[in-house]
Design a protein around this ligand. Sequence first.
Ligand SMILES: Nc1ncnc2c1ncn2[C@@H]1O[C@H](COP(=O)(O)OP(=O)(O)OP(=O)(O)O)[C@@H](O)[C@H]1O
Length: 295
Amino acid sequence: MLSVAGLTRRFGEHLALDDVSFDVRPGRMTGFVGANGAGKTTTMRIILGVLAPTGGAVTWNGEPLSAEVRRDFGYMPEERGLYPKMKIREQLIFFGRLHGLGSRAGERADKLLSRLGLAERAGDTLETLSLGNQQRVQIAAALIHEPIALVMDEPFSGLDPLAVDAMVDLLREEVTPEVPVLFSSHQLELVERLCDDLVVLSRGKVVAAGPVSELAAGPTTTYRLVVGGDAGWLRDVPGITVRDVAGAAALFDVGSGDDGGLVQQVLQQAMSRGPVLEFAPERQALSDVFREATR
Ligand SMILES: Nc1ncnc2c1ncn2[C@@H]1O[C@H](COP(=O)(O)OP(=O)(O)OP(=O)(O)O)[C@@H](O)[C@H]1O
């Protein structure tokens, strides 16, 4: 498991990271989200040893992360970092060897290029590729040495939806159940679809962390009811706040003090009046969780 524990980082007077701690669990895609300047890139740079923390530590399976272990990580930096004038196959082999892949580098490069539909471009330089294809090569470079952990800064930015799907399929194929994956993104719908876990950073602090299913489901006090007839009677039920009624459908809130009794009362009343077609807690969208957490 990859963990950061109590990371702080100052840039002069500015505290960019303030006691940041979270885990990136093996075999789980962990999304790293936060507004511009929240500290995501800074955290990832520290994980990859490109930047030193002012305080705190990065650990791998409970031990301080060594340079040796780090060499087996895959990294897709924000500033990318491939060579524009180098042929893409040569480039992948170069990065593979840099990570100790040896004579298998060519075979891996060919596999990834063909998997990405770029086999015919193997001898072309990076700069002649479209931006989307350059991005694919960047991901291939991060994956070339079968990394034991993967850290990617905005890997999907600028990709069209089909390219995103292709990239995600590749990641799922390449990343074994032992590999922790951390990636930052501003595309919240994408994060909700792809990620198992989520870390939300706001002004250098972790403000929410955990499985996406739990964070998005959240504790809710709002319920949705759809009945056979008109739901207008809800307005007369004491104790609840009706947020919206449109014909047979209604949204109401029971308040945080309810122990479940009020919800059951509303359901019973609804059933005594006729058919109940839908009755469920209103699930919060990840974008709402994000907005609330980073407010
Ligand atoms: N080398 C640096 N020197 C001074 N300040 C820096 C440096 N690197 C980052 N910062 C500051 O640290 C804070 C966090 O920046 P960081 O790039 O980590 O945010 P981010 O969450 O990745 O943002 P974005 O989503 O815009 O990429 C910002 O206020 C930024 O200006």
